[in-house]
Design a protein around this ligand. Structure first.
Ligand code: SAM
Length: 181
């Protein structure tokens, strides 16, 4: 997705702590994948379990989404910009999504979307090309990311087909139906 705009989308999740953030970080990755992102990076502490859980989802449900741990997030952000990409930091303190999204969508640059954990260092606000808020109210990295991707793709992510899926849902008005491909 995004190929028609010429860009690709990756997530950078900052400050992961396996003991406290396991579920939220995994949900950031799963939401990113479901809503059309191509892959994710995370910093903090390496977490094989969270990585395995996303890998298993991809094996069953398809697509190419990959997760990679980064030791040095500042280098990742600087490298991303050096390689011609742009960096969008999601924060309740940023400029409203509605004011930024069109320019972000129209730029041809690959996009690195940063979401934080507890306290986001000031440097992130300075290194980012965009600090964008999804409302100016506190909520969650999962909701902020999902709404941002939905606006970025303008709903086209709902039509995304996940290649090489072993299983898929057949939507039902009631009940659950999964078939093997
Ligand atoms: N007060 C914390 C801080 O220092 O930014 C917010 C922590 S919040 C639980 C974790 C992450 O969720 C934030 O770093 C941000 O990426 C995202 N987030 C939460 N509310 C948001 C909002 N209204 N707009 C955009 N992103 C938001």
């Amino acid at each position: 997705m995004g190929e028609e705009g010429g860009w690709r989308v990756y997530i950078l999740r900052l400050g992961h702590r396996p003991d406290r953030d396991k579920r939220v970080t995994t949900h950031v990755f799963l939401a990113a994948r479901a809503f059309g992102a191509h892959g994710a990076f995370y910093s903090g502490q390496k977490d094989e379990k969270a990585e395995r859980s996303v890998k298993k989802t991809v094996e069953s449900w398809g697509g190419q989404f990959k997760v990679e741990f980064v030791e040095n997030w500042i280098d990742k952000i600087r490298g991303w910009r050096r390689n011609g990409g742009e960096v969008i930091h999601l924060t309740m303190y940023g400029i409203p999504l509605n004011e930024a999204i069109q320019k972000i969508r129209e730029s041809k640059k690959d996009k690195l979307i940063i979401v934080g954990g507890t306290k986001v260092p000031r440097t992130v606000y300075e290194l980012a090309d965009w600090n964008v808020s999804v409302t100016s109210q506190p909520h969650s990295e999962v909701s902020a990311l999902s709404v941002f991707l939905h606006e970025l793709y303008m709903g086209r992510e709902f039509e995304k087909v996940f290649e090489n899926a072993k299983i898929r849902v057949v939507p039902q008005a009631r009940g659950k139906k999964i078939v093997k491909n």
